[in-house]
Design a protein around this ligand. Structure first.
Ligand SMILES: [Ca+2]
Ligand SMILES: [Ca+2]
Length: 192
């Protein structure tokens, strides 16, 4: 007759416990990467379109940031007025004192980083005559400024230029390389 010795059972249980603890502690810590997302942006074909949370700024915010001549990280009414005048001076103003709406895309490509960035030439050309007047240009940019100035104190801060990016619904939590098994660190003999 063989009866199990309590001492042997205890050793076996302790060994299993240690293995379980090792499995829990051997998970690599997240190194600043988002779970489920490649840290280096290595997804094939996709790039910045895979935003998931965080904050972004609209292209128009880039323009307003450049108007901060006082370097206090906020744009006031005087800076806005002077900044719009400076931008208007960059545009190919015709003898009529207007800019062809189609020329606005060239300005947008330079000033906003993309010829299709908003506000586009359609947004500027309020009366739809194919021309953007200085008044139309100034009114539109002032409206954009007022829209971003959330607390309506006349100062556009960096925080007001940022927008939250919604979190996408997370898929499965799986994806741990190795399937959650402890990496064979030796001594992984299956108990009998
Ligand atoms: Ca117009
Ligand atoms: Ca403000």
């Amino acid at each position: 007759m063989f009866e199990p010795r309590p001492a042997a059972l205890s050793v076996t249980c302790t060994l299993v416990s240690i293995l379980l603890i090792a499995a829990c502690t051997s998970r690599p810590p997240p190194r600043g990467g988002q779970p489920g997302g490649p840290p280096g942006g290595g997804s094939p074909g996709g790039q910045a379109t895979s935003l998931n949370g965080g904050q972004v700024a609209r292209p128009i915010a880039l323009l307003f940031t450049g108007m901060d001549t006082g370097h206090d990280y906020a744009i006031g009414p005087a800076e806005l007025t002077a900044g719009i005048s400076a931008e208007w001076a960059h545009l190919p103003v015709s003898a009529r004192g207007t800019v062809p709406a189609v020329a606005m895309s060239d300005w947008a490509e330079t000033a906003l980083g993309n010829p299709e960035a908003l506000p586009n030439h359609i947004a500027f050309d309020v009366n739809l005559d194919g021309q953007v007047s200085e008044e139309e240009f100034r009114t539109r940019l002032t409206d954009e400024f007022d829209h971003l100035d959330r607390d309506h104190d006349g100062l556009l801060t960096r925080a007001e230029m940022l927008m939250d990016v919604p979190l996408r619904s997370q898929g499965g939590g799986a994806g741990m390389p190795g399937g959650g098994r402890p990496p064979g660190g030796g001594g992984g003999r299956p108990p009998r």
